[in-house]
Design a protein around this ligand. Structure first.
Ligand code: SAM
Length: 249
C-alpha cells in the first residue's frame, strides 16, 4: 500500500503534496519540447506503442472517453481518428501548459470543438460516478502521487462494462536488454534533456520514476484491489512498456 506521509519523486523521498508540485513543475518545464523530445528519446517508438494501444482498445463511435494525464493529446487524437466524430472525448491533465499545447495541436488538425480539455488531479476526478465507457492513461500513472486512489477514481467514473487501459513504462524482462536500457535511461536520456530541452533534471526524473514504478504483476494486483475484474497486462518491446487492462463489471 502507499505510504501516506512519504512518497518517491524519482530517487528522493518527499511528501505527497511536494511530489504533486514537483511533477507539475517538470511538465511546466517540458511542455513546449514535450513532443519533439518524445520522438527523440524513443526513436519514434512511442508512436508505435500508442498506435498499438488504440488498436487494442478499438473505440467505437459515440464512445464516451476520458483520457487522463492526456498531456498534448496523443492518445485523444488517436481515439478521435479511430472512433470518428461522434466520440465524446475528455482530455484531463494536472498541467495547463501541456493541455494548451494539445489544444493548439487539435486546432491545427481542424478539430476545433472535438475535445473537452479539463485540468485536475487523477486522484480526485471532477466527474460523476458511472459516467465514461473508456478510461485511458498513457505514460501518466507513474507521475501520479496517489496511484491507488487514482485507480479507485478510475473505477468510480467508469460505467458498468467500462474499460480501463494504462500504457506505461514498465520493467524489461531480458537481463541483457535491461542492462542496456538502464544505461541508456540514466546516461543518454538526461544528456539529451540537457542538450535539446536545456533541462537535465526533468529527464533524470523520468529515468528514476520508471525504475520506481510497480512491476507488471504488482500493478495488475492493485487494479484488482481497486475493483477491476479480468485485470491483465501485455508487454510491449520486451517490457520497456506495458498495457494494463481492467474491466468494471
Ligand atoms: C509523460 S506525459 C504523458 C502525456 C500523454 N498521455 C502522452 O502519452 O503523450 C505525463 C502527463 O501526466 C500529467 N500528470 C502528472 N501527474 C498527474 C496527475 N496527478 N493527474 C493528472 N495528470 C497528471 C502531466 O502533467 C503530463 O502531462
Amino acid at each position: 500500500m502507499e505510504n501516506k506521509e512519504s512518497t518517491q519523486f524519482g530517487e528522493k523521498s518527499v511528501t505527497p503534496e511536494e511530489k504533486t508540485t514537483l511533477v507539475r513543475g517538470v511538465f511546466d518545464s517540458v511542455a513546449d519540447n514535450y513532443d519533439i523530445m518524445n520522438d527523440l528519446m524513443s526513436g519514434g517508438l512511442h508512436r508505435i506503442w500508442k498506435d498499438r494501444l488504440v488498436r487494442m482498445i478499438r473505440p467505437r463511435p459515440r464512445t464516451k472517453c476520458l483520457d487522463v494525464a492526456g498531456g498534448t493529446g496523443d492518445i485523444a487524437f488517436r481515439l478521435r481518428k479511430k472512433a470518428g466524430p461522434s466520440a465524446d472525448i475528455t482530455v484531463f491533465d494536472l498541467n495547463q501548459n501541456m493541455l494548451s499545447v494539445g489544444r493548439d495541436r487539435a486546432i491545427d488538425k481542424g478539430w476545433i470543438n472535438d475535445f473537452d480539455w479539463i485540468t485536475g488531479d487523477a486522484a480526485d476526478l471532477p466527474f460523476p460516478d458511472n459516467h465514461f465507457d473508456l478510461y485511458t492513461i498513457a505514460f501518466g500513472l507513474r507521475n501520479v502521487t496517489r496511484i491507488d486512489t487514482a485507480l479507485v477514481e478510475a473505477f468510480r467514473v467508469l460505467k458498468p462494462g467500462g474499460r480501463f487501459y494504462c500504457l506505461e513504462f514498465s520493467h524489461v524482462r531480458q537481463p541483457l536488454l535491461a542492462k542496456a536500457y538502464d544505461l541508456y535511461s540514466f546516461s543518454a536520456l538526461p544528456k539529451m534533456g540537457e542538450i535539446v530541452a536545456k533541462d537535465r533534471e526533468s529527464y533524470q526524473y523520468l529515468a528514476e520514476s520508471i525504475r520506481k514504478f510497480p512491476r507488471q504483476e504488482e500493478l495488475a494486483r492493485r487494479l484488482g484491489e481497486a475493483g477491476f475484474k479480468n485485470s491483465t497486462f501485455t508487454n510491449f518491446s520486451a517490457g520497456i512498456c506495458a498495457v494494463h487492462y481492467g474491466l468494471k463489471s
